[in-house]
Ligand binder design. Sequence first.
Ligand code: ADP
Ligand code: MG
Length: 725
Amino acid sequence: MTANPVRLQAIAAVQAFTPPPFSFDPGEEPGEIFGENVFSLQVMQKRLPKLIYKSVLSTIEKSAPLDPEVADAVASAMKDWALEKGATHYAHVFYPLTGLTAEKHDSFLDPVGDGTALASFSGKTLVQGEPDASSFPNGGLRNTFEARGYTGWDVMSPAYVLENPNGNTLCIPTVFISMTGEALDHKTPVLRSQQAMAVHAERVLRLFGHDDPERVVAYCGPEQEYFLVDSHFFHARPDLLNAGRTLFGAKPPKGQEFDDHYFGAIPERVLGFMMETERELFKLGIPAKTRHNEVAPGQFEVAPMFERANEASDHQQLLMTTFKTVAKKHGMECLFHEKPFAGVNGSGKHVNFSVGNSELGSLLVPGDTPHDNAQFLVFCAAVIRAVHQYGGLLRASVASASNDHRLGANEAPPAIISIFLGDQLADVFDQIAKGGATRSKESGTLLIGVDTLPPLGQDPGDRNRTSPFAFTGNRFEFRAPGSLQTVAAPMVVINTIMAEALDFCATTLEDAVAAGTDFNEAVQTLLATIVADHGAAIFNGNGYSDEWPVEAAQRGLKNLRTTVDALPELISPEAIELFGKYAVFNEREMHSRYEIGCEQYVMTIGVEGNLMLEMGTTTVLPAAVRYQTELAQNVAALKAAGVEADTSTLMTVTAAIGELKTGLADLGTALAHEHDEDLLVAATYCRDAVLPAMAAVRTAADALEGLVADDLWSLPTYQEMLYIL
Ligand code: ADP
Ligand code: MG
């Protein structure tokens, strides 16, 4: 009998691997290369006639429409710049609802009549493209016979040149819409929702005396967690390769309980990878800032500086692509799946968000004067109202089969969406709620326009890691998004629910002032009303405790545990009204997103189930049966030699094989089921029938991993994948 060598070969290969040498001077200053490949404002200022540049600037800063003549001039300058950078092609880059990034490449060269070619690129080509992208999911928005979708340049997100050993490409970030103008992507609604939020934020600012405020935007700073695994192991694991996560694997004897990896020294090989990714990101104008080890072995984090939400989400997608490419160069695979290893900490993508503009900074920062503080409290109260009214939508914005492994698993926030303010701020709102009533707590009752807030601690010690939506001194941090997800989806919801809440605040205050109420009094009343109506979402306690779901239910907060529970939120009457009112999605668009969410869930679990059936049948079971044979032969040989044979191991292995076989048979039956046409019914079936069948197979297989002789086991183990880098 021959041992299966796949895994052992992989280990030997990892040991023999030498990381590539730096292809650059590691002493290089980041400033030298920052934005080198970006068609930035500075580049435009240098290359465009003054008036044209001014016109582009006002499109970017004030959302003024882009003039076709201006587009032509920009296109021409962009082409020249890109050709100098060695670009041969250009691509409209868009973000279809698969959550991935799509590109359609075209050559700059257009053949002319005499058999030669001319580099051409007009304003029209820059501004609009028509990819034949009929196979992207659209949730019924396009019939395939009318499959055309259009891409259109997002002027606010700069074009860039992407380098590749085989030729460079000019990339133009675009929206992707149907013939009838419906959004088929993640960028369009970010832009729409940003605009809606800005309008009402500016109304509030005007009430506070900012007569002509600069355009307010949503800022987003995403923190990305990821795993690195040696590619030899990765390629020996069909589950990692095809599903992005391990479907089998016993928990290693040494897990993360020592916490010795968290913020520990970064392994040399990983550091080499990080330096190169950062350099690539800098060239693309992506401000990668911090890097450190994360909780689990093999897990790391990168946090770029915050930017405007649409730019941040483009950059975030580009960051993931860059990480994957660079990791391969270093003989590793970068895993963005939310739960690549069961029983080991999963990966999230915290979305730090604030609203503000370059003139006023973040509007979620407590000010120095009572007046500024009152303004801060109104914006904060808007967040409270938004989260309380639409917690279900926030949950739905991060719903996916893979993120379900993480949410509520006592390592990521629970699926209940509550808001953490910290003790001091919570106390402030408490005092406001009790407004007027005499209350003897040190400073007494807080009176807007008179009192200044106590200095609010920004100490990380005050952080509540179990809260899905936490105030962190100058911003809120939404911790539920998964590592694999685009930040666009949660940002769309955050912007839209903030638009509604700020609209409410502005209208209430405007009406009160018009009726002759003193402004400070009006603010006081508004804040007290919001706390009274929406304070139930404020929770400063431990989100992992057993008591919290019980208390949350009493408070009327939703606990949408799985994707199947969460997705219907997208098509609730309240959601459709909300998104329609602020012109972010029409009803058809909401339905399309809901359907795509269900479809992706069904497909993900279908692929995983089939993969598990295949690996269980062709990899795990054969190893177990070989070992069983070996044991049986041993028992027979001992008996033949007249030695008393202990058959207990043989019996244990045989029993475990029996369990595995039963599990595989049940899984096969579950997968053979024909799905209902109603996608939610199909998704519910996957959750309630396929996932439990998969869990049973896994239990049996993982037990066998602890029994079968090591040299027969062909799947790299958790220990190997997590600890050998
Ligand atoms: P921490 O470990 O404290 O969470 P990190 O430095 O890892 O901090 O990440 C913080 C993230 O929050 C970064 O992406 C940062 O740019 C972002 N951030 C900081 N201030 C703001 C703000 N005002 N608005 C939005 N994001 C912000
Ligand atoms: Mg962090």
